[in-house]
Design a protein around this ligand. Sequence first.
Ligand code: ADP
Ligand code: 5GP
Length: 206
Amino acid sequence: MNPPEPLVLIVSGPSGSGKSTLVQKLIELPTTLLAISCTTRPPRKTENDGKWYNFVTEAEFQEMVARGEFLEYAQVFGKNWYGTPSKWLDQARAQRKDLVLEIDVQGALQVKQKLPGAVAIFVLPPSRAELEHRIRARGQDSEDEIRRRLERARQEMLNYSSYDFAVVNDDLERAGREVQAIALASRCRVARNEEQIRDILKSFGG
Ligand code: ADP
Ligand code: 5GP
């Protein structure tokens, strides 16, 4: 019998809303696997290749697109390309793990279209002022980049209705518990557990 399709948990939302922080809470759960994206963005000082991203050239990225290697991909902020290689889905299937994707809104919509059972979580900052404060405090982006990210945040949030769940990341402890609860509840969906339910029924004589 083939292993069941992995549960795919998409985490997206505006830059600085707390996606990476909340993804850490998700991967604390046993049986989750975080997909490492490919990007043409240059690495930041704190980023090693292969841990946060696989950093590739634009030519390498386009070759991967041509070979159909991406589950989804998008140009983010009209600038750099980002994509999730489909091999992560194969690895999650082989390891019987849930696959966590931290991707932008365009990518989330593509995954929902390809994999309707995927669960999309939208992370929102409590307010614009707080989002700006967090992006500045993170100290990773130029003034130009901060302006671009704040403008894009508004546009991204207009897509909220395509998501299954919304988590407002004001209090980190609570928001962390919420994303974990969403993952745990999604695993219990009847559609994901029919085989086990049938086995239990069999033990009762069918
Ligand atoms: P994203 O991955 O969405 O760009 P990050 O997870 O990098 O966002 O979070 C942006 C910044 O905000 C980081 O410095 C992070 O430590 C901080 N942060 C995240 N969640 C909270 C929170 N609930 N309260 C205060 N600061 C937070
Ligand atoms: P950053 O440059 O701050 O690491 O990421 C910028 C944006 O790209 C974030 O919104 C992040 O979620 C998104 N992103 C990261 N990886 C992927 C990916 O594989 N696919 C898509 N569509 N977006 C991604």
